[in-house]
Design a protein around this ligand. Structure first.
Ligand code: FAD
Length: 433
């Protein structure tokens, strides 16, 4: 019998299914998660976990655990305790109904993979990254043991799991500190892109108070262009949670602008500006779903002199569907994050291709990775959430400071010595040199 046969046999009562040489289970409670992991351990099978399913890595283990039954949410004082299969929009709406807000990402269907490994969104500057608000986890470790992990219980594991939890087990639930809810005003303006315009945006954004953030996206206009100059556009989108603190990027030649008041999380997610709202570019042609993507990000410092380099790189992009998104961090991250070194932006390099050929994919990947290499000297590290075990070991070396990495490797040896949870961030591989 193969290992998978052994595993299927051990889990016969749990309604697993075989899919693409993997066994897929949808556990209903923590005991079933523990039983699945114990059985996988016994059969020497690896385990991966599907949360919101936005990374692709959750579906690659010998045993795939789908967490869609774990969507319960409850308030505990100023905290929210949520199941390991919750996605961001229901979580943000539940928090709002309690008069609370948690720092999350900006897209509705993303899952807890974001919270467990980082989490950049509109509240990052005032509250830190999502992971900075995690107060406790219930984790099923590789032996099937259920462990409560917090600053008081298993504090070393807690410190490591913040930012790297998928390497240590299955998160059945987590507790997030929340803040009082506030509505947001948002303005969106599109300009012709240039090195000078990007420099102006960067200097202005870095000077904003923590209650405001301003993202920026460099992208190509589509074929049905707006009146105006240039092929490359720069959208600047500000999010203001304090009515008194507004401002405007000091740039002229606005090609398009709009603003909205009193936005809650549902509206913010529904009007995600760079993806959904602009009159042209990126997704205007509606073929997001028919394109293939390759995305990597790094955390860029405030003083980075990268504007000309980035515009030059975009001008050489292998497809018009490539774009670069500055997600604004800084602010509270500098004070609160013990996980990621402080930086002013998560700069997300997105490459997309329509032609379904190896050559098109390779050209886009090379373009994305080339930009990351050029940004690294101006950054405090790569964003771990995008990185997987196949080709990302070199980039993963830049995700955590050396001391933190050593501690993470020690924890990995202790809590997952056989590297059963090996399908996301390649932690164990970083200790192999
Ligand atoms: C459209 C889109 C928008 C995005 N927007 C943002 C953004 O605004 N800010 C930002 O910071 N990032 C953003 N990201 C990146 C995102 O944070 C990562 O892709 C993240 O890993 C997705 O988590 P997931 O749960 O949806 O995906 P999954 O693929 O299900 O999970 C990602 C990883 O986390 C693990 N995991 C998930 N749930 C659990 C659990 N309960 N226990 C243990 N391990 C688990 C999985 O095994 C996998 O390794 C975005 C990505 C996409 C595709």
């Amino acid at each position: 019998m193969s290992r998978l046969d052994d595993l299927a046999h051990a889990l016969a009562g749990l309604g697993t299914r075989l899919h693409d040489q993997r066994l897929v289970a949808r556990p209903r409670d923590v005991e079933e998660v523990a039983a699945c992991v114990r059985a996988a351990n016994g059969a020497k099978c690896s385990v991966s976990v599907v949360g919101g399913n936005h990374s692709g890595y959750g579906q690659t283990g010998d045993l795939v655990l789908e967490m869609s039954n774990f969507t319960e949410m409850q308030r505990e004082g100023s905290c929210l305790r949520v199941g390991g299969g919750v996605t961001l929009e229901p979580l943000a709406l539940f928090a709002q109904a309690q008069g609370l807000a948690a720092p999350l990402g900006t897209a509705p269907t993303v899952g807890l993979g974001l919270v467990l490994q980082g989490g950049v969104g509109h509240l990052t500057r005032s509250r830190g990254m999502s992971v900075d608000s995690v107060r406790a986890l219930q984790l099923v470790t590789c032996t099937g043991r259920v462990v409560e992990v917090s600053g008081d219980e298993e504090p070393e594991l807690f410190a490591g799991a913040k930012g790297c939890a998928p390497n240590f087990g299955v998160v059945v639930s987590l507790t997030l500190e929340a803040a009082p809810f506030r509505l947001c005003a948002s303005a969106r303006r599109v300009f012709p892109a240039s090195g000078a315009a990007l420099r102006t945006y960067m200097a202005w954004a870095a000077s904003l108070p923590n209650d405001c953030s301003a993202d920026c996206c460099l992208y190509f206009r589509d074929e049905s262009a707006l009146p105006g100059e240039g092929d490359l556009l720069m959208g600047v989108y500000d999010f203001n949670f304090d009515a008194g603190a507004s401002g405007e990027v000091p740039l002229e030649k606005v090609l398009w602008q709009t603003s909205r008041e009193s936005l809650g999380p549902k509206e913010l997610m529904a009007h995600e500006p760079y993806l959904l709202e602009q009159p042209e570019g990126i997704c205007k042609t509606g073929c997001l779903s028919t394109r293939s993507f390759f995305v990597r990000a790094c955390f860029v410092r405030k003083d980075a002199d990268i504007a000309d380099v980035l515009v030059e790189c975009l001008e050489q992009a292998p497809s018009r569907h490539c774009f670069v998104h500055f997600q604004h961090t800084g602010g509270a991250v500098a004070q609160s994050s013990g996980v990621f070194a402080a930086a002013e932006w998560s700069v997300v390099i997105s490459g997309a291709w329509e032609e379904k050929t190896e050559a098109a994919a390779a050209a886009v990947r090379a373009w994305v990775l080339g930009i990351v290499q050029r940004l690294l000297p101006s950054s405090s590290g790569t964003y771990a959430t995008d990185l997987g075990p196949q080709d990302d070991v070199a980039l993963a070396k830049h995700s955590f400071e050396p001391q933190r990495l050593e501690r993470l490797l020690d924890l990995k040896r202790k809590w997952d010595p056989e590297n059963m949870f090996r399908h996301g961030f390649p932690l164990a591989q970083l200790g192999e040199d």
